[in-house]
Design a protein around this ligand. Structure first.
Ligand code: NIG
Ligand code: FE
Length: 416
């Protein structure tokens, strides 16, 4: 039993050809097919021209149980949001309003607010509240086209509440429509209990939290916020080393607030991705490129905190693997909408529409080690795809600020 979508005005395949990511000029090759068709059950069976699809169905005796005519529409891979903080409690709109009056993100953090405001609310929240909040964001993201989402802990900052956040993510893996990937971010900030003994908290992460997270298989990745005022290079290295010993893959919040050479550290430890990179240096860029560490850019955060944008052009032109994600979180970027991120990427980071689409699909899947399963529309891959109500993919960028997604399929099932 399969679904056929035919007469697609603009079918964006991304066309990876078995490759796990694209770099440089290759990012512009999105394999668009006009008057295209796609046939799928849980996986993709055919991608090509509509005429050839009809022949394929006949020759292979495929049973089609739903046919969708997509004349005047665009079909593209579901977005992969490889960096979110969907599971938290509380609300920081009050702090946001202060930021609008000129108080900086760091000033609020120094007063004991920021991440610690969300930590207090998250510590008090029950497992069910965390699940409900996370599910609301996941469902909203789904309507904007996100079919795979990574979710981090990092608002518990002590053993039990960190585990509770990861358990909430484990439940979301079962009940959310998306593919969900879990990341342990115990090193998001330092809890007040350890304000004067930060290294002791690092030891707690290495000696108590990480072993339990690994043993209970609660996370695929370990992340740390290596930046000015947060984790030092040495502390980050220690956490990453321990996480790797325990079989976790590495991600880093790197060089978001200042250049502390966190990108270089990510490359050194073989991180799968280094995220943010607003202040990455030239040596950081070449380290990422040489290590094959995905540079995940989060332009929503630069926008929302009024910081300068990451040097996307330089990263792409020097051959780094560039991905895009939301960073959806209650402090520095509160949006779950990947279409907003695409708009910011092309207008404010000067990426082309094609580069942005590649970065939000295939390369983002590479940031989760999932790019052989999702991130492009090719035979054998999971049928995660979107129907947008525009006749060309460029219209997704041209007509901005609205939701173009009409239907969402995950593993071949229509979920929107
Ligand atoms: O990715 N950079 C660190 N963490 C988040 C912000 C979290 C928060 O403010 O709650 C980020 O920007
Ligand atoms: Fe983040």
């Amino acid at each position: 039993m399969a679904t056929l979508i035919k007469n697609i005005s603009s079918l964006v395949t991304i066309n990876a050809d078995g490759k796990p990511y694209k770099r440089g000029e290759e990012m512009n090759n999105i394999g668009e097919i006009q008057s295209g068709a796609i046939i799928f059950d849980e996986k993709i069976l055919f991608v090509g021209k509509t005429d050839d699809a009809l022949r394929f169905i006949y020759n292979n005796h495929i049973q089609i149980n739903e046919t969708i005519d997509a004349l005047g529409k665009t079909v593209l891979p579901g977005f992969v949001d490889s960096h979110t903080h969907f599971v938290f409690a509380g609300n920081r709109s009050f702090e946001f309003a202060r930021r609008l009056r000129g108080v900086t993100y760091q000033q609020i953090a120094q007063e004991g607010g920021g991440i610690l405001t969300t930590m207090k609310a998250t510590r008090e929240a029950s497992l069910n509240e965390l699940i409900e909040n996370g599910l609301n964001l996941a469902n909203s993201a789904l309507r904007y086209g996100t079919t795979t989402v990574e979710i981090k802990s990092g608002y518990g900052l002590s053993l039990d509440p960190e585990i509770r956040q990861l358990e909430a993510i484990a439940v979301l893996k079962k009940i959310a429509h998306q593919n969900v990937v879990s990341t342990f971010l115990g090193a998001h900030d330092f809890p007040p209990e350890y304000a004067n003994n930060r290294d002791a908290y690092v030891d707690l992460i290495c000696n108590e939290m990480l072993p339990i997270v690994a043993e209970k298989q609660l996370a695929s990745f370990c992340d740390a916020f290596v930046d000015e005022g947060y984790y030092t290079i040495e502390q980050g290295r220690k956490i990453f080393k321990r996480a790797k010993e325990l079989g976790l893959k590495i991600k880093a919040h790197a060089d978001e607030l200042a250049n502390v050479a966190a990108a270089e550290l990510a490359a050194e430890v073989g991180a799968i991705s280094a995220d943010h990179l607003l202040f990455v240096s030239d040596s950081g860029i070449s380290a990422l490129k040489n290590a094959g560490t995905v540079a995940t850019l989060l332009p929503g955060t630069a926008y929302f905190t009024r910081l300068p944008y990451a040097p996307a052009r330089k990263l792409i032109e020097s051959g780094a693997i560039v991905a895009l994600a939301t960073d959806c979180n209650p402090g520095s970027c509160f949006t779950e909408n990947m279409q907003m991120i695409l708009s910011l990427a092309v207008i404010n980071m000067k990426m082309t529409a094609e580069e942005a689409l590649t970065a939000a699909t295939l390369n983002a899947a590479a940031a989760l080690c999932l790019s052989l399963q999702v991130g492009s529309l090719e035979i054998g891959k999971q049928a995660d795809l979107l129907i947008a109500d525009v006749s060309s993919y460029t219209d997704l960028f041209y007509h901005f600020g609205i939701n173009h997604i009409q239907n969402v399929f995950v593993k071949g099932k229509k979920v929107v």
